[in-house]
Design a protein around this ligand. Structure first.
Ligand code: ADP
Length: 353
């Protein structure tokens, strides 16, 4: 069937502008056609790519193999491959290959349908990281809870007051860890779904600091860390969601405890800033945060590499802190502490009376 001329142009425009990369190659892997999306994915222009080998335009970033070998040894669709763009950036591509039947030529051509799945791949890895860690996060406090409750049930009559108190403290500790985890998970889900709302009341921050300190008591006692609080007199009330600000404070105190050394104090200070802001900072004596990590640790599921191994956690707390504070019109940040450690801070605007 002969296609009318305007339809040929239409087909060409369609193929050029498809949102997936379309590349055709001859039997030796030489590029014959290269659409706009293939240009965007690879960084090579159409003029540069045509006539070159597919192996040069899509070099594999790992191993010594070549893309053409993989195309010829595998069935129509390859598992995603890592390649380097012209600018040297590693990206992940899903490639489907199909032989083209050309009515007027005997030469074999293969069409490659190319999709950049770098982001999908990262999201999948994030998901499996999350699933692998979340079960551990639940299991650890639950096992501790179970063990303490079983001990209490078995020996309730025989235990001395001190022993009973120790077991109840351990239960309190595990319940606090579970509560923080569940609160962060719920907040994170509602932030992602765009359902996150705050309910503001005029509140004194001193009350919230006291509540957060009370909640974190079992955690701090376990690591023998004193919480040193400094609050100036006459601090004005702020229009905030009290539960959410308490959650911010508990996250920051729990991190300071987790990543700070045993037996060392944690300082929590409130101060009034010019232009009607209250600044709250939580300082520890831990290993601190590298310059590189400072910009990423407020993202979801990100954990600083240095601290990753020894401590439990899934990298949600700080992303929740940031979302809560920003929805109050404030800002969050972290600074290195002279002499070691970090200072996590946030600001809350004070409304004119
Ligand atoms: P989690 O503690 O569950 O990993 P967070 O979102 O609360 O998640 O923190 C993200 C990362 O930031 C942590 O994994 C840790 O590497 C780093 N971090 C947070 N607070 C501190 C701190 N006070 N000192 C050192 N590193 C910290």
């Amino acid at each position: 069937m002969k296609i009318p001329l305007h339809n040929v142009n239409w087909s060409k425009a369609l193929i050029q502008n498809l949102p997936e990369g379309i590349v055709t190659i001859d039997k030796d892997g030489q590029i014959l056609f290269f659409n706009n999306c293939a240009e965007r994915i690879s960084g090579w222009s159409n003029i540069e790519a045509i006539g070159r080998s597919i192996n040069d335009v899509f070099p594999l970033s790992t191993g010594n193999g070549k893309l053409l070998e993989q195309l010829s040894t595998t069935a129509a669709s390859l598992p995603p491959v890592n390649i380097l763009t012209r600018a040297g950036k590693e990206i992940n591509l899903a490639i489907k290959a199909t032989d083209l039947e050309l009515p007027e030529s005997a030469a074999r051509e293969t069409v490659l349908l190319i999709r950049d799945v770098t982001m999908e791949d990262a999201a999948l890895r994030l998901r499996s990281y999350f699933l692998a860690n979340i079960s551990h996060e639940f299991r650890t406090p639950l096992s501790a809870l179970k063990a303490s409750v079983e001990l209490l049930l078995e020996g309730l009559q025989d235990f001395k007051l001190d022993e009973t108190r120790e077991l109840v403290n351990s239960i309190h500790f595990s319940v606090t860890a579970l509560q923080t985890l569940i609160d962060n998970l719920l907040e994170s889900v509602s932030i992602e779904a765009g359902r996150f709302r705050i309910r503001r009341h005029m509140t004194g921050l001193k009350k919230l600091v006291t509540e957060a300190a009370q909640l974190m008591k079992p955690l701090l006692e376990r690591r023998n860390q004193k919480l040193v609080v400094s609050i100036p007199n006459n601090l004005p009330k702020v229009n905030v969601d009290p539960m959410r600000i308490t959650q911010v404070l508990t996250n920051l105190i729990s991190n300071a405890s987790k990543y700070g050394p045993i037996d060392q104090p944690i300082e929590l200070a409130l101060s009034m800033k010019k232009d009607n802001w209250i600044k709250v900072s939580v300082s520890d004596h831990g290993s601190g945060i590298t310059e590189e990590d400072k910009s990423v640790i407020f993202h979801r599921f990100v954990r600083a590499t240095e601290n990753d191994k020894p401590q439990y956690g899934i990298g949600l707390g700080l992303s929740v802190v940031k979302a809560i504070i920003e929805s109050h019109g404030g800002a969050v940040g972290v600074e290195s502490r002279p002499g070691g450690g970090s200072v996590f801070w946030f600001t809350i605007p004070v409304e004119e009376p």
